[in-house]
Design a protein around this ligand. Sequence first.
Ligand SMILES: C[S@@+](CC[C@H](N)C(=O)[O-])C[C@H]1O[C@@H](n2cnc3c(N)ncnc32)[C@H](O)[C@@H]1O
Length: 251
Amino acid sequence: MLVEWLTSLVTPCDPAVRRLGYLRELIAIQARHRRCAPAWAAHIAACRHFIDQRAPGGDLAVVVGAGLCLDVPLDLLVARYRRVVRFDLCFLGRRVGVEQRVFDVTGGVQTWARDPQADPRAALTDPGWPADLPSPDLVLSANLLTQLHLFPEQWLRPHHPGVDLAEACTRLHLGWLARRPGVRLLIADREEQVIDAAGRLVYRMPTTARLLPPPRESWTWDLAPRGEHDPDHALRRQVGAWDQNSFESFL
Ligand SMILES: C[S@@+](CC[C@H](N)C(=O)[O-])C[C@H]1O[C@@H](n2cnc3c(N)ncnc32)[C@H](O)[C@@H]1O
């Protein structure tokens, strides 16, 4: 806990991003990965394999919602693309050969932080493309899509009980991805599952990625083995991976 608190203290981060909890969560993901690395290994390998098969190389690769890039083979991208840029709201450290820039794919974080009383949906804005970046050859959205609404909703709930931004965020992000040129890859969890001590599936909750056409590939992510989140239950996710030809029919 002390290490996490100190990391938060010394990491540069926009105040709005910090206020909504994104930095705290990034630090928590790092700690969870340390504890759950063996359980996450197959998911991380599947993500990296999917990207390896579909990232042919070129001038510019962009990873959105890059986070810690656990699920992204950054070395491979650096070897195949002349420029690799990570987009996220905050970062923990730097990677050699990889640029990073603060980029909000919902366009709403600053407005939500500043004016939580305002209509939450009105803040959602297509963020477009940075004027100083050329067109990308690859845009990769890895395990971001179904997370977009979570922190804004938590922040806005005191002012808007029942606020639900999940589908609006999903449509906005997929539309943004669809309008980019080049190869677009999307990895997202389609269902969350709770497993009891006997290995029985006791609860399942589809995510907005369930609205998408069937993925090119799918696999299971053992997100929280028993004891991590709850002493009696494990959490699992069913993950899908799409390319532009398999998700654009949704729009
Ligand atoms: C679950 S993590 C993705 C995992 C990541 N690919 C990894 O391996 O660490 C989701 C990431 O999306 C970022 N994120 C959430 N909302 C975002 C937004 N509106 N714009 C850009 N990034 C966002 C978070 O900061 C976080 O790093």
